[in-house]
Design a protein around this ligand. Structure first.
Ligand code: FAD
Length: 461
């Protein structure tokens, strides 16, 4: 029996035993997702605790959605019930911000939300307060190795380091996820979706390469005070200026640029955005992300394997798939994608595509080498594409993440300003940021806000 295992190990890469669809690569070995390795078990347990923790926090105290906030009129928001909750809890971040939306309250929120209710659980006897994921992990007695596993499993997916992530935002987001657990890929890329949407709005006047540089929403203020009257903005319209100084006016504007574009001040707002909005823009994080996709002549990984969480690896996630080419003359296509976010990705920003490719192939060789074939990836490599999204001039990062001390700020980010500026895009999602489908949801939400408002105006005019 021992001899047989030895013979097998000459041909097999290092693996704990069972091959799964998703696996960890940890300390030189592949492990199933629900491995018996104590560090992996502890990382999972800690992740469960986050979900569990949120379930125990009184929902009325902290769960608020922008949908609710936006549609609720102020009376509804300050009904006796909601005020009672605020008094009981001493912390209703969303209510505080709506009721008295000054910079002071935003500062209070950033310092930590304290809610003195005892949930009856030992872990929660301390006041429930927001903290960085790093602090939470340390409080759960996770050592550096467990934190590294947790990082590969979870933090890398949401594009932030543990010390940048927030307990409240992570817990809220994980519990709000109601899109199922599967991963889906559009066989012919996302361009299908873009085409579909473009076909749906053939009557819309679309301006491409129209980089907004200035948004003047002075409108009524100028009108009332006679401070500003120019031929482009005679009424209360919003004025947009592009990179060539060309102008457009609109009654309502939906702003969907990535968070980084707002953070970097690419667009000048006249007058400036309110303090709450600016605070939300500056606080929520959007980390970097890179992706490399390689094509191989042959499949050197097991059929069942789909994804590897690589702990402290050259990249953090490795996705693999083979598919038959639609073109019958083409070979079967064997692809492996490497994905990384946050600090490890940001550290690679200066690397060339060739350097990233070399590192990635070396990592794949390390994972799948056998005594008979020490370079399975390098030997069957065909070609690759690589992109670092921090380098994209109009994106400058991956996607926003559940940030420490940013609980409730997505509501602020999503909230319309003066009923003329509306905000959409993945970072404004109050369910889950960082995905295409939730970004689309925010677009529908913002469009609804505008439609409701214009319907109201038509009704009252
Ligand atoms: C590497 C990587 C992998 C990902 N993987 C997945 C995944 O598997 N599944 C998933 O669902 N999501 C994934 N995402 C996230 C997803 O791509 C984003 O959440 C989504 O594209 C965000 O859509 P958006 O409309 O908010 O922003 P964007 O798609 O970034 O659109 C913003 C637009 O604003 C434009 N813009 C910028 N500045 C200006 C300006 N001044 N004037 C006018 N226009 C401007 C930009 O050019 C851009 O077209 C991934 C992202 C990355 C980077």
């Amino acid at each position: 029996m021992i001899a047989q295992n030895k013979a097998l190990s000459l041909e097999c890469y290092a693996c704990e035993g069972i091959e799964d669809e998703y696996m960890f690569y940890y300390n030189g070995e592949l492990h199933p997702l629900l491995s018996g390795h104590p560090d992996i078990q502890k990382a999972w347990k800690t992740w469960d605790e986050i979900i569990f923790f949120w379930e125990k926090v009184p929902k009325n105290d902290i769960l608020q959605s922008a949908e609710h906030l936006h549609k609720a009129d102020k009376e509804e928001m300050f009904s006796e019930d909601s005020l009672e909750v605020a008094v009981n809890c001493q912390a209703q971040p969303d209510l505080i911000s709506v009721k008295n939306s000054g910079a002071e309250e935003m500062e209070e929120r950033k310092q930590g939300i304290e809610c003195g209710q005892n949930t009856g659980d030992d872990d929660l006897k301390d006041p429930v307060r927001d903290m960085s994921m790093q602090e939470w992990l340390e409080r759960q007695q996770c050592n550096k190795d467990v934190i590294a596993v947790f990082d590969a499993l979870y933090c890398q997916t949401v594009a932030a380091a543990p010390r940048q992530m927030g307990l409240f935002e992570s817990a809220r987001e994980e519990n709000a996820w109601n899109y199922g657990s599967g991963n889906y890929r559009l066989a012919d890329s996302y361009s299908q979706l873009v085409e579909h949407l473009l076909n749906k709005c053939t009557k819309v006047d679309k301006r491409l390469c129209w980089q907004v540089k200035e948004i003047d929403w002075t409108g009524d203020i100028a009108h009332n005070t006679d401070e500003k009257q120019d031929k482009f903005n005679p009424g209360e319209k919003v004025c947009l200026k592009n990179q060539h100084g060309e102008m457009l006016t609109a009654k309502y504007v939906i702003i969907t640029v990535p968070l980084t574009i707002l953070q970097d001040g690419d667009i000048s707002f006249i007058p400036s955005l309110p303090a709450n909005k600016k605070s939300a823009i500056d606080t929520i994080r959007m980390g970097g992300a890179l992706k490399i996709v390689c094509r191989f002549k042959s499949q050197f990984w097991p059929d069942s394997l789909n994804l590897i969480y690589s702990v402290r690896g050259f990249v953090s996630q490795i996705w693999m798939y083979s598919r038959d080419s639609a073109d019958s003359d083409d070979d079967k296509c064997h692809l492996v994608a490497g994905f990384q976010t946050a600090e490890p990705a940001e550290e690679k920003i200066e690397l060339s595509g060739q350097e990233v490719l070399d590192g990635f192939l070396e990592h794949l060789d390390e994972i799948f080498r056998t005594d008979l074939n020490p370079h399975p990836a390098t030997d069957s490599f065909m070609d690759y594409v690589y992109y670092h999204w921090s380098k994209h001039p109009f994106i400058r990062g991956g996607y926003s993440s559940p940030t420490a001390h940013a609980y409730g700020l997505r509501d602020e980010l999503a909230r319309p300003v003066d009923d003329r500026l509306f905000f959409a895009g993945e970072a404004t999602s109050v369910t889950a940021c960082a995905t295409v489908h939730t970004a689309m949801e925010t677009g529908f939400r913002a469009a609804r806000e505008v439609c409701n408002l214009s319907a109201e105006r038509v009704h009252t005019e």
